[in-house]
Design a binder for this molecule. Structure first.
Ligand code: C2E
Ligand code: MG
Ligand code: MG
Ligand code: MG
Length: 292
């Protein structure tokens, strides 16, 4: 009868709420735990960088790398998707980001001293990092300290960051550009893609998100979007890097449609610093086809 039915609803409703709060509690606890562990990881040097080659079709060789952070946590290698979001939320992205920049620029100096010359070092930076006090001064200091030509450095900022078209972001990005450092829009096409910001922000490069390459041959929208990005970049004189190139057909499509820079497992996974030069050599021995 009706009373019993109502009672049932109330009961399950209450159970649901209880379940929900338990679940929330569990998630919060887990995040707190990761945050504590991340702080320890910084103190104990558990982070390290891997580098993935960026290939230039026009030159038929790898010309640079993107630095990607890793975390050695209890004998397991943790990937950024598992900890960067927590680090951002808990404010740890600022010290972690400083460590990443410093390590990448130190590594660049080691490579230069070895006579291994790269044209481009791409480093990911989070919005909180850019907004943190003294970011540009620290960047300038690191470049000087490691004697790195600022033109070799490119900071990758996700499209989502650029959505906040506030005065502060614009000013900071302009100061970064004034140092001679380039700026690229990472995961391009996945944010709100208000093309307005390309006009307002001083960006050099668009990195096409790899989700568009995944669907390249089974979704004509993805193909149309990639072509549109390439056309737009060309008319605005922006560089484009295609991310997540895994197959020869994707590679051929990009080359045939005016993309000049590519990154993906097809050319190489992210590797430790000492494996970068051998990987470059391997790519040079088996070069991507020259653009006719
Ligand atoms: P991202 O900057 O878009 O980097 C590209 C990601 O795609 C990397 O994942 C890379 O390993 C992966 N990838 C490259 N080629 C291929 C491919 O052919 N196929 C597939 N399936 N994946 C490919 P990773 O290293 O796990 O990094 C994930 C994200 O974490 C990065 O995406 C970046 O947004 C963030 N991240 C990484 N390092 C840092 C860092 O030092 N600071 C900050 N703030 N974020 C970072
Ligand atoms: Mg990136
Ligand atoms: Mg990306
Ligand atoms: Mg990405």
């Amino acid at each position: 009868n009706a009373d019993i039915a109502l009672y049932q609803v109330k009961k399950t409703g209450r159970n649901n709420i209880q379940f929900f709060s338990q679940e929330m509690n569990r998630i919060v606890q887990k995040r707190l735990k990761i945050a504590t562990e991340l702080q320890d990881a910084l103190d104990q040097n558990q982070f390290f960088l891997h580098y993935q080659p960026i290939v230039d079709y026009a030159q038929s060789r790898a010309i640079g790398v993107e630095a990607l952070v890793r975390w050695k946590h209890r004998n397991k290698t943790r990937h950024p998707d598992e900890f960067i979001p927590v680090a951002e939320e808990m404010g740890l992205i600022v010290p972690l980001g400083r460590w990443v920049l410093q390590s990448a620029l130190q590594q660049m100096r080691i490579w230069i001293d070895q006579g291994f010359l790269l044209n481009r070092l791409a480093v990911n930076v989070a919005v909180k990092q850019i907004h943190s006090a003294g970011f540009v001064d620290f960047l300038e200091y690191l470049l000087k300290e490691n004697r790195i030509d600022p033109a070799l450095l490119e900071l990758e900022i996700t499209e989502r960051t650029l959505m906040f078209q506030d005065h502060h972001t614009l000013e900071t990005l302009s100061r970064i550009r004034d140092l001679g450092v380039s700026i690229s829009v990472d995961d391009f096409g996945t944010g709100y893609s208000s093309l307005n910001y390309i006009r307002n922000f001083p960006v050099n490069t668009l990195k096409i998100d790899r989700s568009f390459l995944t669907g390249l041959f089974n979704n004509h929208y993805d193909q149309a979007i990639v072509l549109a990005i390439l056309a737009m970049a060309k008319s605005l004189s922006l560089d484009v890097v295609a991310e997540g190139v895994e197959q020869e057909e994707q590679d051929r499509f990009l080359r045939n449609n005016g993309c000049y820079l590519a990154q993906g497992y097809y050319y190489g996974h992210p590797v430790s610093p000492e494996k970068v030069q051998p990987l470059f050599d391997r790519i040079a021995q088996n070069p991507p086809h020259k653009i006719p």
